[in-house]
Design a protein around this ligand. Structure first.
Ligand code: KIV
Length: 305
């Protein structure tokens, strides 16, 4: 294993001191970040181990995205993932997070049906450890947002490319390329803000439209593929760490090629097992020698010297 260089040690120290400030980010702090001109860093996580690492960093929100369906379960898109599965991912992340706010995606079908169903599903996620929930859609979804916020459940909106439904219509291009499209986005963003959402994801929205929306809202915009002007950014952790390989959107910056590192490590492990290098003595557990002698005696296996 490589020793940490000075940058690595510095990061470790920062993470350790950050870890000691174990208090959860509040909705008010997320909203205030925009007022104070502080950018929000958001990353997805779906399991305890990854969320524990992410929570040690200065990440404001951990998003248990329904991208879990693709990244963790291998579904072709985000539509098949259901409440039972999302509740499991939510619990795993909630067990790990002591500082970042946890926002959990309401899966497709869990909030389209009726307001009552929306409320009962959101409550299930909150009981499983979510601090807030996210729903995709514009003005058409604002009554759902209003109902949840009225009951005290914080909601994050999501417009632009909406993975749950846009792919059914082959809408794979950026939103807000034309005046009409940009105006519709602005209208939807304002409706979501008015309904009481505390933040809004802008996915694959042109930089120009994202800038106007960001400047016209008092709640923070969190961009993914929507340029640098948004109040925050979100990425799928498995994309930015180079683990998930099935999709390579242009807007993802790969900070690591974990896929290759994991593949190399697995191959080395396999070779070492087959050649007997692993486990070595340092990985072994030994009996006390007296116990061993007595054990051999009991078994009638002591070899007389
Ligand atoms: O499901 C998800 O991960 C998301 C983000 C990409 C915004 O919705």
């Amino acid at each position: 294993m490589k020793a940490l260089d000075s940058y690595g040690l510095e990061v470790l120290k920062l993470m350790q001191s950050h870890r000691n400030q174990s208090r959860k980010k509040t909705v008010a702090e997320i909203v205030d970040a925009k007022k104070n001109g502080v950018k929000l860093a958001v990353l997805t996580a779906y399991d305890f181990s990854m969320a524990s690492i992410i929570d040690m960093s200065e990440i404001d929100i951990i998003l248990v995205g329904d991208s879990a369906g693709m990244v963790m379960l291998g579904y072709p898109n985000t539509r098949p993932v259901n409440m039972v599965e999302m509740l499991l991912f939510c619990k795993a992340v909630a067990n790990a997070s002591s500082k970042a706010m946890i926002t959990v995606d309401m899966p497709f079908g869990s909030y389209q049906n009726s307001i009552d169903k929306t409320i009962s599903n959101a409550i299930k996620l909150i009981k499983a450890g979510a601090d807030s929930v996210k729903v995709e859609g514009g003005e058409e979804i604002s009554s759902r947002i209003e109902a949840l916020v009225e009951l005290g459940i914080p909601v994050m909106g999501h417009i632009g490319y909406k993975p749950q439904t846009s792919s059914m219509w082959n809408f794979t291009k950026a939103a807000g390329k034309t005046k009409e499209s940009a105006l519709k986005l602005l209208h939807d963003a304002k409706a979501i803000e008015k309904a009481g959402a505390f933040s809004i994801v802008l996915e694959m929205v042109t930089t120009e439209a994202a800038e106007i929306i960001t400047k016209n809202l008092s709640i923070p915009t969190i961009g993914i593929g929507s340029g640098p002007i948004c109040d925050g950014q979100v990425l799928v952790s498995y994309d930015m760490l180079g683990i998930y390989q099935n999709m390579k959107p242009r807007f993802v910056k790969k900070y690591l090629d974990l896929n290759q590192l994991i593949a190399e490590s697995v191959q080395t492990y396999s070779r070492e097992v087959k050649s007997g290098i692993f486990p070595s003595n340092e990985n072994a557990i030994h009996m006390d020698s007296k116990e061993y002698e007595e054990f051999l005696d009991e078994c009638g296996l002591r070899v007389s010297k």
